[in-house]
Design a protein around this ligand. Structure first.
Ligand code: ADP
Ligand code: MG
Length: 695
């Protein structure tokens, strides 16, 4: 058997594989493409393609695909074979540089948000050499960007790459001011921690709601949920352990460094954390991780649920986006450092992030908005919809003393001068770290915790990178012209803290008092997806993205439409699933049970025996069936009406304000019926059966 070191990355056409297999000159050009953004010449592309094909064939591949991330949020692939006809009825295996670098999937069935109406319907995919090709299930996968022929991005990856360029450019300007002349490239890094549920496939297969929507739309609260908190970090069950081992092996083969794994708070909930990497790679890896989790689960008779809120009343699943900025010389810019200069540089980047988060609260909220995540934000154990930053008491005190020109700490006599004094050491890993903050500083990185578990990390990081790039640009503009750099730096940090400290909050983010306080501070609280998305096209947001060339205005308009369209479609599917389950499964089951009760009452009556239980239950059930049926009728009627609405904004609002409430009413009525109906009549597995089946 191979050991971990041997299997790690064995299915990746990585830098080391390329170094080994490509001619020296070709390898050098590929490296320039990866690290310096150079274009590959057709000749070089041909050499790379041929070697890549050879390597893939050795791994048993017969097909290749351009692997991309359309606006659906999941990945897409269209397999093409290497086979070309040759003389005498034979075939040869071919793969040219052109096939490597450019593909033409039929773009017409991917969401384009109206771009298709204005532009060429076709789209093309272009190799992103910064992300390595890999083999998955006998197919050579080539990570690509997906664009329309007009050049508009139709995917999530292209804007992310553009945002990485934007922050690189501005961060380099700032670093030059601090004398870091050796730095040639600045990258953001991401390590997304992934939460998920694992349930038995038998229970899953018996639930239409799980099959169609990934979450339960009905289900009464079981006697046991997560009250005992006995699952969190608890012993991992053998079946789950076997799944995790297999999952790690599969991920390692793809060069994905999954490291820690543990149980989460809810029963059947778990978490996987990878080692961080450059943002675009981390994005690809997280997509692959989610896909492979589902496949590996299947092999173990399990189903992996990535939905943000698969079960009402127990914790939902999130994704913690650990984010930092580092240089090609290996320096993490969010690491405070030891010298006054390093400290000052750290404080400037920190201030830029505080300002960026404050100025673009709405965009960060939008970046995590989805119908699924709406169930989670603000619910049990999840961050509220209000964005705030946790810095910890030590760092907050330091900022306070800079802002107010007051001495830091009890003993210090001197005032803290940025760029002159060494910052006092503060503990890197404070154990009382705030778990309720949506955006927390954790010693040398920020953890953005609002992401839903099923989301792509592309958009949140596109927003973060671009917003921070904008502020760094403004800072560089000020500081490049300063005659006394250190004094200007101190003043800038001081005034910025004063202007943006409202976004800093170290207390309990789940506390109702905080929501009131946040409102006083003027922080935004965009509760549902349509509320948030309504701000996407605000002038300041369009200005931000267009000025850094991350999105054009047209691309933003198209994405605005995709957001709302997706929201409406999702709720439509959920509502239709509920209607079907209510009418075809729940109400008929309850009706049968009622008949049984009625028959029992009659036969007991003939024998002169009283039937208190049966009579009372039949009465209750009959009343509750009426309520449920009325809720069914109301939802049914309003679904027809809302689908006739042509204005997308109005449609999304109706789903949010009316349809969701009616769905809730139908659920409440049916869940009540579940508690009243004999178990043998209930048509599908209950919460208790779903949540505690894996042993
Ligand atoms: P914590 O104790 O805060 O959970 P860990 O060191 O376990 O910290 O890291 C949690 C996640 O953060 C991991 O996925 C890790 O790879 C990621 N991470 C650590 N450092 C960085 C960084 N500089 N940039 C991005 N992600 C990081
Ligand atoms: Mg975490």
């Amino acid at each position: 058997m191979k050991n971990t070191a041997e299997i790690f990355g064995e299915n990746v056409f990585s830098e080391s594989v390329m170094r080994e297999r490509l001619p020296k000159a070709t390898f050098k050009e590929v490296k320039n493409a990866i690290y310096k953004g150079h274009r590959l010449s057709p000749e070089v592309a041909n050499v790379v393609a041929n070697e890549m094909k050879q390597w893939a064939i050795e791994k048993g591949c017969t097909h290749y695909t351009h692997w991309f991330q359309p606006m659906t949020g999941i990945t897409a692939e269209k397999h093409d074979s290497f086979i070309s006809p040759a003389d005498e009825g034979k075939v040869i295996l071919t793969f040219s540089g052109k096939e490597l670098t450019q593909g033409e999937p039929d773009a017409s069935s991917f969401p384009s948000g109206g771009l298709r109406a204005t532009f060429e319907a076709r789209g093309y995919t272009a190799w992103d050499p910064t992300s390595f090709a890999f083999v998955k299930e006998g197919v050579l996968c080539i990570p690509t960007a997906f664009c329309s022929y007009g050049g508009e991005a139709l995917d999530k990856k292209t804007p992310l790459l553009r945002s990485m360029e934007a922050i690189n450019k501005q961060a380099l300007r700032v670093l030059k001011l601090f004398g870091n002349d050796d730095v040639e490239r600045v990258n953001t890094t991401v390590g997304p921690e992934q939460e998920y549920f694992l349930i038995d496939s038998e229970g899953y297969n018996a639930r239409k709601d799980l099959i169609y929507t990934g979450r339960t739309l009905f289900g009464a609260t079981p006697p046991k949920g997560q009250q005992m908190e006995d699952h969190y970090f608890g012993v991992i069950k053998p079946r789950v352990q076997a799944f995790m081992k297999d999952l790690n092996d599969e991920l390692w083969k793809l060069g994905i460094l999954a490291t820690t794994e543990h149980n989460e708070v809810a029963p059947s909930q778990h978490e996987l954390a990878p080692i961080f990497t450059t943002t675009n790679l981390a994005t690809d890896h997280n997509q692959l991780t989610m896909e492979i989790m589902k496949k590996v689960a299947q092999k173990h008779g399990l189903v992996c649920l990535l939905h943000e809120k698969p079960f009402a009343g127990v914790n939902g699943s999130g994704k913690h986006n650990n984010w930092s900025i580092s240089t090609d010389t290996g320096i993490n810019l969010l690491e405070p450092g030891d010298t006054p200069y390093e400290n000052a540089q750290f404080l400037l980047f920190l201030t830029a992030i505080i300002r960026a988060v404050d100025d673009y609260q709405d965009l960060l909220r939008i970046s995590v908005a989805s119908a699924g995540n709406d169930h989670r934000l603000g619910a049990n154990e999840a961050p509220p919809a209000v964005i705030s930053i946790f810095l910890g008491s030590e760092l907050t005190e330091i900022l306070d003393s800079i802002e107010n020109d007051t001495p830091y700490g009890a003993k210090e006599k001197e005032l803290l001068k940025v760029g002159v004094h060494v910052l006092p050491k503060f503990p890197k890993d404070t154990t009382d770290r705030n778990r309720t903050s949506p955006f927390a500083f954790t010693g040398n990185k920020f953890e953005f915790r609002m992401l839903g578990s099923s989301a792509s990390v592309a958009l949140p990081n596109t927003v973060l990178n671009t917003a921070v790039a904008e502020i760094l640009m403004q800072y560089a503009d000020v500081l490049e012209g300063a005659s006394d750099f250190t004094a200007a730096l101190h003043d800038l940090i001081k005034s910025e803290i004063k202007a943006h400290k409202r976004i800093i909050f170290n207390g309990n983010g789940y506390d109702d008092a905080w929501i009131a306080e946040a409102e006083k501070r003027g922080l935004s609280n965009l509760k549902a997806t349509p509320d948030a998305v309504a701000h996407y096209l605000d002038k300041k947001n369009v200005d931000l993205f267009t000025s850094h060339k991350v999105y054009s205005e047209i691309e933003m308009q198209s994405r605005h439409e995709v957001f709302l369209d997706k929201y409406c479609k999702l709720l439509h599917i959920e509502a239709m699933t509920m209607l079907e389950m209510a009418k075809q499964d729940i109400l008929p089951a309850v009706s049968s049970y009622s008949s049984t009760l009625a028959e029992n009452i009659l036969s007991k009556d003939q024998l002169g025996i009283k039937s208190e239980f049966e009579s009372k239950t039949l009465e209750d059930i009959s009343a509750d069936m009426k309520t449920a049926y009325e809720a069914y009728e109301a939802l049914s009627a309003s679904i027809v009406k809302v689908e006739e609405e042509e204005d997308l904004v109005a449609k999304a609002d109706t789903y949010k304000d009316t349809v969701k409430e009616q769905m809730e009413a139908l659920r409440t009525a049916c869940d009540k019926l579940e508690t009243e109906t004999a178990a043998e009549f209930w048509p599908f597995p209950t919460y208790g059966e779903l949540l505690f089946a894996v042993r």
